[in-house]
Write a protein that binds this ligand. Structure first.
Ligand code: HEM
Length: 366
């Protein structure tokens, strides 16, 4: 039998942080207030993070037959074809001009997956697995405590006039500025990794924090695979309009298809690859990103009015939507259990939309 050095998952890999419950409550209350203020501005409720969408995709995930045992874990132990939905977004919790550089999100929903559900109340709502990813491999604030310390500065930056934000020139300058305002140190790794305004379809997207990968622990990522999107990697977007990225994605999918690989980076050492601090980069030399499936997106209309209303107002992506074998891990994941639920409940309530999970790909209109 083959031997591997992947760390085995067990509940002991997580450690509750000091004052964690109080810190989580503070974050929930703080975010509720800022979300309400943004609602009052628009008289329409938007997500408390990743409020602005750039496009919505329908596609197919293929999980191959021949994955080795260490990769054939969780839903990836079930080869086949799965319908998927994706929402591309900008990170702030308000609608900003695309001319201001910010991180981008790739929220993936895999429909009708097998496996025991993470949250009991979820079982009546659907059988989907969500993976939420951003185009940076690590979080600047990797623990609940640091996230809490950063919150006021993040809100301040989000509310700053567009010109001030643009003056910070680039996502990293912005992050650096925030971190030093909060009296924290951005790690050299984070400083070296962030990039600005590269083509949204050529980027690699990361779960940033760890999750259970069946018998093991992993970070998940999605990377360009077809030439159509590989050739966009590292190409700066020329954005002239406030919603220029939406137009760019629409134009692309009018003419092109796109393929991405989905990958797992397995934890081989809990000290060097911790689950409790999502600011630490897991070294690719120590454990490479291994392909576990492919995503195919055909040509399509990515921003029709009906698709936008459904995807912005009805859909919810949540790292806790999924199976037990992909349980999110670490304090930054534990705080997400409450904040996503609250943000989504508020949004659906204020916009009088049903809070239902899709169970068919056609639930997302063309
Ligand atoms: C660990 C790394 C994280 C990643 C990769 C991530 C990624 C994302 C993405 C891609 C979305 C957009 C989902 C969509 O399109 O509907 C999102 C939404 C959101 N995120 Fe995160 N996020 C992270 C951490 C956090 C943390 C630490 C918080 C707060 C404590 C947070 C709060 C939210 C909220 C409130 C939403 C909106 C949920 C909704 O209204 O449906 N996220 N996140």
């Amino acid at each position: 039998m083959a031997v591997n050095n992947y760390v085995a998952y067990g509940p002991e890999v997580e450690q509750k942080q000091e004052n964690e419950e109080e810190d989580i409550q503070y974050i929930v209350d703080y975010m509720t207030q800022s979300n309400t203020e943004v609602f009052d501005k628009h008289r329409h409720a938007v997500r408390d993070a990743h409020a602005k969408s750039h496009g919505f995709l329908k596609g197919i995930l293929t999980i191959p037959e021949n994955l080795p045992d260490h990769l054939a874990q969780g839903i990836f132990a079930h080869p086949g074809y799965y319908d998927v939905m994706v929402r591309l977004s900008a990170a702030p919790g308000d609608l900003r001009s695309d001319k201001t550089p910010v991180p981008h999100g790739f929220a993936l929903k895999i429909l009708n997956v097998p496996g025991e559900r993470l949250l009991p109340e979820d079982s009546s709502e659907g059988k989907n697995q969500d993976f939420l990813m951003v185009n940076m491999p690590v979080l600047v604030f990797g623990t609940v405590r640091k996230y809490m310390q950063m919150l006021p500065f993040m809100t301040e930056a989000e509310r700053a006039p567009e010109l001030v934000m643009r003056g910070l020139r680039g996502v990293m300058r912005g992050v650096d500025h925030l971190v030093s305002r909060a009296g924290l140190q951005a790690s050299a790794t984070i400083k070296g990794l962030a990039r600005s305004q590269h083509h949204i379809l050529g980027e690699t997207y990361h779960s940033m924090a760890a999750l259970r990968y069946g018998n093991y622990i992993a970070k998940i990522s999605v990377a360009p695979e077809s030439e159509s999107v590989k050739q966009l990697t590292g190409i700066p977007m020329q954005i002239q309009e406030d919603s220029g990225i939406r137009d760019l994605v629409q134009d692309f999918f009018k003419r092109n298809t796109a393929d991405y690989v989905i990958r797992a980076q397995l934890c081989t050492n809990l000290d060097r690859m911790p689950v409790e601090d999502a600011a630490v980069l897991w070294d690719e030399d120590e454990s490479p990103h291994q392909v576990i499936g492919t995503l195919h997106f055909p040509k399509q209309q990515t921003f029709s009015p009906a698709r936008r209303v459904y995807s912005d107002d009805v859909l919810s992506f949540n790292p806790w939507h999924g199976v037990k074998e992909h349980q999110p891990l670490g304090s930054i994941m534990r705080v997400r259990m409450q904040v996503y639920e609250r943000s989504s409940c508020f949004r659906h309530y204020m916009n009088t939309q049903p809070r239902t999970e899709p169970n068919h790909i056609d639930d997302m209109p063309d």
